[in-house]
Design a protein around this ligand. Structure first.
Ligand SMILES: Nc1ncnc2c1ncn2[C@@H]1O[C@H](COP(=O)(O)OP(=O)(O)OP(=O)(O)O)[C@@H](O)[C@H]1O
Length: 629
């Protein structure tokens, strides 16, 4: 990694900040937005209008709060404006710096802080921001020094100096506080110096002091960096409310007010709703806009009130001059159109190898710090090696040992499946969710993520499995021959790699963790059933016989049995049901159809198919299916 960074530092020394913006210019303007979804009410298809006739704009350096009661449509509006709406029908217009949004560059010029902070729990604050800077800032515009400076600036701006070296943490590991966590989450988005920042409920779950700090910092940074900011917020206290430049009040998906915060109290007073002096205006407005379900009468009355508020604001808005034509001098509009041109220019991406090596390094740090996982893997390997080793302790060369040898080989293969797939699938789902989040700002390619996972998971799985294989091999006394031992180990590595590829395939194909945890053991059980020990392939019903051809477990098991039994002789007692030598066992179990090397190759070929399929499916399932205007 350092080599990469030194190289960047030497070759790329552009000090200029990213795209400029002009203070006060309209950054995003939305007109007559309508969003509806098809639903089924009483089994009858119907259409639900979630947003209706929403218009507005946000200017550089301005912070707008999106306020409304639960279900008012705040998140839907934020998603529509940020290009994250999935499903349904969206109509109207949204212009970014006066032009239609280009999904690729819009995502890279803007930032979205989601409500739940999804980050790697074992990385420190500094590391989280450093990796985000490496992945998100283009090397063509920032060298290593500038990226580090950007991280320091964000840490300072968000007052995270004291928590710099504290891990993020999660439910299992103590880490930073809730407020610090939120600020790190905001920090990763601010690194790119976005023109437009969206925040979904940044204060949810925080106490009032932390909430105030978050909103104050966002405001300060928006002014300093000339960023246009829109955030949804649930009933802010009076001090927080007054920090916002403007507010959008939403009820039932419609506008009740959009304008300067300072003018909101006056506006409501002018239509007959005087906010009591000692009441928090935000609470007062939300109360006015909320439907009262306590009784039919109260509901009818509150519906009437909300309709009146919506109508009043529509009348008020129609009497105002078009907002974006205010104060826009010819010079600034000329500059604005230049900005639009630059914003539409493709944002340079970092090269693939740089992305891959950064992600791989982050994976290794995460893996090595995941002590419970690593210790669990090694401890499991040691305990299983001792258990299985002593279960089949010192195999002899008699009739009884034949079944035992087959048994120990089968269990060796089993140990390369479930104990790898299940715990690693858990890790993969967490990583995958973080990846989807990071990629929503077009941070890196899916291919670099997928390959970094493959190349970190395989060695991690091999470490524990090597311990296991050596233990079982020598304690149970499989054939003591260096050649056979190393071939056996190589075959064991093949099935281990197939299992890792399989877990990546399941984790990529199936978005839902719960479903993934049903599918993976189900398929692994089929691997074992058709693995070659329980049923002779020739006796399996013809319609099911094909399963063995796509079963990597069966190839690995066949090869390991051949490796062990070839050239073994057995001492059979008179009258005993027994095979005289290994060749007879290989023939009886029909595991000699292919040579050891052919079996190994077939296992690796299936592994490769899993990898290609897994990658293709991850690209498909991780692709945002958003609607753009
Ligand atoms: N795709 C969809 N299909 C059906 N209903 C939807 C869809 N998207 C949003 N809604 C509904 O639209 C309404 C507004 O949802 P939204 O999440 O925007 O509300 P909100 O104001 O952010 O609420 P909260 O503060 O509780 O998060 C809700 O009643 C929600 O159930």
């Amino acid at each position: 990694m350092s080599a990469n960074f030194d190289e960047e530092a030497m070759t790329e020394g552009n000090n200029s900040p990213p795209t400029p913006s002009i203070n006060g210019d309209v950054v995003l303007k939305w007109d007559n937005l309508n969003y509806q979804v098809k639903t089924k009410a009483d089994k009858q298809p119907s259409v639900r209008h979630i947003l209706q006739n929403i218009s507005g704009e946000v200017r550089a350096g301005e912070v707008i709060a999106l306020i409304g009661s639960s279900g008012a449509g705040k998140t839907t509006l934020l998603n529509a404006l940020s290009g994250r709406i999935v499903g349904g029908e969206l109509s109207g217009s949204i212009l970014f710096h006066g032009a239609k949004r280009n999904p690729g560059s819009f995502k890279r010029q803007t930032a979205y802080v989601q409500q739940d902070d999804l980050m790697h729990p074992l990385l420190t604050v500094q590391e989280t921001l450093t990796y985000a800077s490496k992945l998100r800032l283009p090397n063509k515009q920032y060298n290593a020094r500038q990226k580090a400076d950007r991280v320091d600036t964000v840490i300072r701006q968000l007052r995270l100096e004291a928590a710099r070296n504290t891990p993020i943490g999660d439910a299992a590991t103590r880490g930073v506080s809730g407020g610090e966590r939120k600020r790190v989450s905001i920090g990763t988005e601010l690194l790119t110096d976005p023109r437009l920042l969206f925040l979904d409920e940044p204060t949810s779950g925080l106490d009032s002091n932390s909430s105030e700090m978050v909103v104050e910092l966002v405001k300060k940074i928006s002014v300093e960096q000339n960023t246009a900011t829109i955030m949804t917020i649930h009933q802010p206290n009076a001090r927080i409310f007054n920090i916002f430049d403007k507010v959008i009040l939403l009820s039932q998906g419609q506008l009740v007010y959009f304008g300067p915060t300072s003018a909101s109290i006056g506006y409501f007073a002018s239509i007959g709703f005087e906010c009591p002096v000692h009441e928090n205006p935000a609470d007062y407005f939300v109360d006015l806009m909320t439907l009262d379900y306590r009784s039919d009468e109260a509901l009818a009355q509150s519906k009437q009130q909300v309709s009146a508020l919506i109508e009043s604001f529509a009348r008020h808005a129609s009497q105002q001059p078009p907002p974006s034509s205010e104060k826009q001098s010819p010079a600034s509009s000329q500059a604005g159109s230049n900005v639009a041109l630059r914003l539409d220019a493709p944002v340079p991406r970092n090269n693939w190898l740089y992305e891959y090596s950064t992600l791989a390094r982050r994976d290794w740090i995460n893996a090595l710090r995941n002590i419970p996982f690593m210790v669990g893997q090694i401890a499991q390997a040691v305990v299983m090696a001792l258990l299985i080793g002593f279960m089949f302790f010192h195999l002899r060369h008699d009739a009884l040992s034949i079944n035992n040898r087959l048994g120990v080989i089968f269990i060796i293969c089993v140990n390369a499946t479930f104990p790898i797939v299940m715990p690693m699938l858990t890790l993969y789902y967490l990583e995958r969710n973080i990846m989807v989040r990071e990629r929503s700002s077009a941070t890196f390619r899916v291919s670099s993520f997928f390959l970094s996972k493959l190349t970190s998971y395989i060695p991690i799985a091999l470490i524990a499995n090597t311990v296991f294989f050596i233990g079982v091999y020598f304690i149970s006394h499989l054939v003591f021959d260096a050649g056979k031992f190393f071939i056996g180990l190589a075959l064991f590595y093949c099935i281990t790699a197939a299992s890792v590829a399989f877990l990546l395939l399941v984790g990529s194909a199936v978005k839902s963790v719960e479903f993934g945890f049903v599918i993976a053991p189900f398929v692994l059980t089929i691997w074992l059933l058709f693995g070659g020990l329980f049923a002779n392939p020739h006796t399996i019903t013809p319609v099911l016989r094909w399963i063995r051809w796509v079963n990597p477990f069966q190839y690995a098991f066949s090869a390991l049995v051949q490796n062990e039994f070839k050239s073994l002789e057995f001492v059979c007692k008179a009258g005993e049901l027994c095979y005289n030598n290994g060749a007879e066992v290989i023939a009886a179990y029909s595991v000699g159809r292919f040579t050891i090397w052919q079996d190994a190759l077939l296992t690796l070929m299936i592994t490769f198919v899993y990898i290609v399929l897994g990658y293709a499916l991850l690209r498909w399932t991780a692709k945002p299916k958003t609607i753009w205007l």
